[in-house]
Design a protein around this ligand. Structure first.
Ligand code: F6R
Length: 264
């Protein structure tokens, strides 16, 4: 795992967008795992800008989102499909047939989840999985006690997650109780993971995810098992990391990061 600390939220999001753009330029057929949430809005805004200003091409790439609420139709403004259309798909040249999310309204959720895993496998597996982290320490909607080998499935949302998403639904009691989510095992099979966290409210979970013991209570800790995981945080989200000076030195000196160091 590598941890990159940027001075503020914009610089952190810019770095994440530039890493994605580099991967996409190197492989136009990239299979990209996507996340939703407030954190990702900054990243998608930048990807849209790169598409418009630098011709970043999404026409051949395939995307698979991490999750979707059970029971919400794609056109529901609170659905993740709607979020993705608003923030990314509607503004870049992605082929809509290549932009996948689980169907939260599937009649048979088990069949839907198996089909989603099969579609990822048919695409050749995920090349790059973009991740946020919830206040309950989840990646995707892998709530506390999610098995480290779990696959795509319907999962009950934890109370803290309901709280975290209450605003969108007008109250925690109105948030759907379940979501379909890629499993921890599904995420760990991606060839590269890229997690972005910003803000002081993520600092404790980031410290646990990066430096704490691996536990199914905090699914983000499973990323320590991943052979190529990059965690990008702003100063505020890095606030509780014991090893931050070491992580800063790696970013300042390792050749891999040279082209990214000057980014604002
Ligand atoms: C959303 C997802 C979640 C979010 C996490 C952070 O698709 O998978 O794990 O990434 O809850 O959400 P924000 O960015 O809103 O704090």
């Amino acid at each position: 795992m590598e941890v990159i600390i940027r001075p503020d939220a914009d610089a952190a999001a810019e770095l994440v967008a530039r890493i994605i753009a580099k991967e996409l330029r190197a492989n136009p057929h990239l299979v990209l795992g996507l996340a939703t949430g407030r954190t990702m809005e900054r990243v998608y805004g930048r990807l849209v800008r790169l598409h418009r200003k630098e011709g970043l091409d999404f026409s051949l790439c395939r995307t698979f989102n991490l999750d979707e609420y059970v029971g919400l139709a794609p056109e529901d403004p609170r659905s993740f499909r709607h979020y993705m259309n608003e923030h990314l798909f509607g503004h870049v040249n992605i082929d809509p047939r290549n932009a996948h999310l689980p169907d939260g309204r599937a009649a048979d959720l088990e069949v839907e989840c198996r089909g989603y895993e099969a579609a990822i496998a048919r695409a050749g597996g995920l090349d790059l999985q973009l991740l946020g982290i919830g206040q309950a320490g989840h990646i995707g909607f892998n709530e506390p006690l999610s098995a480290l080998r779990s696959r795509t499935r319907a999962k009950a949302l934890a109370p803290l997650t309901l709280e975290q998403n209450a605003e969108v639904f007008g109250g925690a009691d109105k948030v759907p109780r379940r979501a379909i989510t890629m499993g921890v095992g599904t995420i760990l099979e991606s060839r590269r993971c890229l997690l972005l966290a910003i803000g002081a409210e993520k600092a404790e979970m980031i410290a646990k995810a990066v430096e704490g013991p691996i536990t199914s209570m905090i699914s983000a800790t499973a990323l320590q098992l991943h052979p190529r995981c990059t965690v990008v945080v702003d100063d505020a989200a890095a606030g509780r990391l014991a090893g931050s000076e070491y992580y800063r030195r790696i970013f300042a000196t390792e050749p891999e990061w040279e082209e990214f160091r000057g980014l604002k």
